[in-house]
Design a protein around this ligand. Structure first.
Ligand code: NAP
Length: 298
């Protein structure tokens, strides 16, 4: 049997539409649009593309987008001054500093300077702590998107075995925490895990967030496992191609007969990240304006 394709692109489009409708209501009630400020330092081509698509998606969802582009040689002090200005700007509900920052800037210092109540990326240590102890805060967009796709497909995750491959602060760890909160039995695997295929074979749910093309193969999976592929890897260009193809951490073709369902790359987790960023910004706007947002509305 062929695995069901989990269509993150369609799910994300639906989420953006729901966010857009609630954002329009917010504007009517609050008398202003919900606002997202994105800060880009330097001109890294991939980051420039991300920032442009975030801006477009924000406007399409009836929210205000504030873009701040700073030169690559911006100092810590100037960036901190901009963050402080955005923290104090009542038109700004969410602040995102596009990572990675140029090497001379200290990412932790910059992220720590963002007000936790505007930290819609969920990277601030206060929000990591809130997630860890089960308080409401902001959860990083990619893992939150993954848990939305999982609960949409599987419903109740209670008692399921989940293996998260990768333990980064932005994907692996918050992913594991969200699965734990959903009452799954969670294992976090990483580069030192012994016999990774055997660990992954226990899982009803596999989340791969490693950054190694086609690492997870068919014989790593239990029959019918649900697979969420977070990885984005560019293959070397094949003959006649200008750029290599984008692929995930899971060998999609190879696992197609074993997995029960799987997210494709591209078109799976990727589109969820921006949609969840908009969702987090709208949640921030409601909190900042003290306007109720019905539980589970988005
Ligand atoms: P990261 O910070 O580099 O973390 C990678 C993790 O994978 C680490 O915990 C590392 O283990 C583990 N790892 C590396 N080699 C391994 C191996 N051979 N076996 C088992 N584990 C191994 O990466 P990240 O930021 O979490 O991102 C992971 C992937 O997701 C990347 O491809 C990235 O592009 C993609 N991503 C996608 C989105 C999206 O929107 N779809 C968002 C964010 C990231 P150690 O801790 O032991 O080193």
């Amino acid at each position: 049997m062929s695995a069901e394709r989990i269509d993150g692109k369609a799910f994300a489009a639906d989420l953006r539409e729901r966010v857009g409708a609630i954002a329009a209501d917010f504007e009517n009630t609050a008398g202003r649009k919900a606002g997202l400020a994105v800060v880009l330092v330097g001109d890294d081509p991939a980051s420039t593309v991300y920032v442009r698509s975030k801006g477009k998606a924000t406007v399409a969802a009836n929210m205000a987008s504030f873009e701040h582009r700073l030169p690559a040689d911006t100092s810590d002090d100037s960036l901190l001054a901009l963050v402080e200005q955005l923290n104090n700007d009542p038109a700004v509900d969410g602040i995102l500093v596009q990572l990675p920052l140029p090497a001379h800037l200290d990412e932790q210092t910059i992220i720590s300077a963002i007000s936790p109540d505007k930290d819609v990326d969920g990277f601030h240590v206060i929000n990591a702590g809130r997630l860890s102890v089960g308080q409401s805060g902001f959860v990083p967009c990619t893992p939150l998107g993954c848990i939305m796709l999982l609960t949409d497909r599987l419903g109740d995750l209670s008692g399921l075995e989940a293996v998260v491959i990768g333990r980064s602060n932005i994907v692996g760890k918050p992913m594991a925490q969200l699965l734990l909160d959903a009452n799954a039995t969670v294992t976090i695997a990483h580069s030192r895990t012994k016999d990774l295929p055997a660990v992954v074979r226990r899982a009803d749910i596999v989340v791969a967030a490693v950054g190694r093309a086609h690492m997870v193969k068919k014989d790593w999976l239990k029959d019918g496992a649900t697979v969420i592929d977070v990885g984005i890897n560019r293959l070397p260009p094949a003959e006649g191609e200008e750029k290599g193809r984008l692929v995930g951490d899971v060998d999609y073709q190879d696992v197609a007969d074993t997995a029960g369902a799987i997210t494709p790359v591209p078109g799976g987790v990727g589109p969820m990240t921006i949609a969840v960023l908009l969702r987090n910004t709208l949640v921030a706007a409601h909190r900042n304006a003290a306007i109720d947002l019905a539980e589970g509305a988005i």
